[in-house]
Design a protein around this ligand. Structure first.
Ligand SMILES: O=C(O)CCC(=O)C(=O)O
Length: 289
């Protein structure tokens, strides 16, 4: 039953009366309108889903995951693509900010393997139930989990791209890999919030840039979309942004004094292996809180 609705300010879900015990159980499935919005625009925002305590626990986990990644990175294999530093430790990849000699972490993937709080988050009904609505199946698995950090004044931009062309060689069901970003800080244009080209997911996998750089092919050819269709996902900390694997998205640099931390989880139907570990990580259903 799809009962959730958007309200002004903090996100609230409709309560579902349990006839047996007379108790109210909260559900997080998408409403019909939300699902239609996701399908038409390629994204859907739910604001302020997590309370201050939950947000703080996600931030603390980000500090722990970064420290763990830095400790592991000394044992890893370093390489550069277009002068950008990456370190692989087994199948875990750490991307660093672009200024040389910096140890500021930009992305960790798959981050759930570094911290139990993120492992637990994968099974959170607040994520799982909307993802069941989007995928139209009850049983889910994780595809990947990225910690995306934009340190104050240093965090770099992400060029316009789709995720589907990255994943098409590793998945037979690239249309069924929806993302959700959970924000740990208020996200604004100034601190480099996510931006999505509205409706771009309807075009499927698009060609990359042919600019002679190593990473150019991963960025969407600018002839395929209008930048004026970009929508800035300005949301409070603790919000969720669901977006299609075909949605063209990117973000500007962090020009502010506030960090912009977030995790992006990507789900798929159950039984399929995750992107980097190649292990199946099925979602474990949890009772509602
Ligand atoms: O963190 C961001 O602003 C964008 C991240 C992104 O585009 C990605 O991880 O695919």
């Amino acid at each position: 039953m799809y009962l959730c609705s958007m309200v002004l300010g903090r996100y609230a879900c409709s309560a579902n009366q349990s006839p047996e015990r007379g108790q109210m159980a909260t559900t997080y499935y998408l409403s019909k309108l939300e699902l239609e919005t996701y399908r038409a625009d390629g994204y859907l925002i739910r604001q302020s889903v997590y309370d201050d305590g939950e947000i703080e626990s996600l931030r603390l986990a980000s500090d722990r995951a970064c420290q763990a990644a830095l400790d592991l990175a000394v044992l890893g294999k370093t390489y550069f693509l277009d002068q950008k530093r990456f370190v692989d430790i087994g199948y875990l990849t750490v991307q660093f900010e672009h200024k040389l000699e910096t140890d500021l972490v930009r992305v960790i993937e798959p981050v759930n393997e570094l911290d139990g709080r993120y492992e637990e988050l994968i099974d959170d009904p607040k994520l799982v139930e909307p993802m069941r609505s989007i995928l139209g199946v009850d049983e889910l698995a994780l595809w990947t989990a990225k910690l995306n950090l934009k340190p104050a004044e240093e965090g770099s931009s992400f060029g316009w791209h789709q995720d589907s062309p990255y994943w098409i060689h590793d998945s037979q069901h690239v249309d069924h890999l929806p993302n959700v970003m959970v924000t740990f800080d208020d996200a604004t244009t100034e601190n480099g919030c996510l931006q999505v080209i509205r409706g771009s997911h309807l075009k499927g996998c698009l060609p990359g840039r042919d600019d002679g750089t190593q990473l150019g092919g991963f960025f969407t050819n600018p002839k395929c979309f209008e930048e004026q269709d970009a929508v800035a996902m300005e949301v409070p900390a603790g919000s969720q942004i669901f977006f299609s694997p075909h949605a063209i998205h990117g973000s500007g640099p962090n020009r502010s004094r506030l960090g912009r931390r977030a995790i992006i989880l990507t789900y798929q139907p159950a039984g399929f292996a995750a992107l980097k570990s190649c292990q199946v990580r099925n979602v474990v259903s949890r009772d509602h809180v």
